[in-house]
Write a protein that binds this ligand. Sequence first.
Ligand SMILES: Cc1ncc(COP(=O)(O)O)c(C=O)c1O
Length: 403
Amino acid sequence: MDVRSDFPILSITINDRPLIYFDNAATTQKPKQVIEAITKFYESLNANVHRGIHYLSREASELYEGAHEVLAKFINAEFEEIIFTSNTTDSINLVAWSWAAQNLKEGDRIVLTVMEHHSNILPWRAIAKIKGAEVVYADIDEDGIPKMEELEGLINEKTKLVAISGMSNVTGAIVDIEKVSKLAHEVGALILVDGAQMVPHMPVDVKKLDIDFLAFSGHKMLGPTGTGVLYGKKELLEEMPPVKPGGGTIRDVTLEGEEWAPLPWKHEGGTPNIAGGIGLAEAARYLMRIGMENVREHEVKLTERGLKLMENMEGIVLYGPRDVSRRGGIISFNIEGMDPHMVGALLDSRGIAVRTGLHCAHPLHYRLNAPMGTVRASFYIYNTLEEIGKFVEELKDIVGLRS
Ligand SMILES: Cc1ncc(COP(=O)(O)O)c(C=O)c1O
């Protein structure tokens, strides 16, 4: 994929080696188009939004509102259904402290899986505790994919919500969201998809998948840090009270009461991250120009090559599905007899950035029998087959250091 020249950071060296950036599941690098959109905003358009009367405020408002349109197009939603947040965690918490706080009652059930990121566990546990609801977890199969029969068994008439990741940030396992959404809807429950790893890496159509809520992070899809999105079906967002009531969220306030602003503003309390939203829209435009099916195809090629080179390497333990049609561009692994942090530090000394540890998914690592964590290499559009080759060469060398 011919995009590397758009990413200034890719030309730096780390420890005198050209940077190989394989920490994309944590956050991605930013193309100059995104950096320039943010710079341009601050240099020539900066003002607060909410439609002030002066030129700059009108321009800023138009750009910021337009950014919501772009994100809506990106996932095939409507403008009113796109709430800008600060990240996936913030998006999930919005649903927990608004929709769930309003609708959950004693004895209700929330269904999760053991592969969830802490951001898709802890908000549910917190609100369930207050409401007297229960949280249950579907197990995974030997590939790390949530077992469909377990989900079927757990999703029953007590279930109010199924909150599930579209793609694991550890194993890369991809979940059949359309199927889970059917299971949830059959019993009258809602589905929230943690799309932090799914949305940046494959085409996502919220209508086709019939998703009720979708949470994702802008910074994991070429956008600035401090940006995220909550998609929600209009009729749900309409009924939800704002969790950050305040400036920007109202149409009118009297001493007796208030009338909320129309969607999406009701859920975006206070001065938003205006430059961030504009930068995120530029990132989404950039990805749409490439085409999300091409993003996916590129990552499949990289992952296939990586797995092929690593699967027969002595001393390597791989996690996640072998079938690349069921996994995203993530390879988590361990080297037998070596602490994952040591492996990460050795790779870093050779210019390769990977993440090590439990990746905010402790229960999954305990389930995978990897309590010390894993080493995670995660790919994006600017990574190349040559980089995969170099990475594997360095790994072989590191494996050789063991004896
Ligand atoms: C699957 C998953 N969910 C949630 C998150 C949380 O994202 P953020 O830190 O942007 O809120 C991450 C981040 O790594 C993730 O991978």
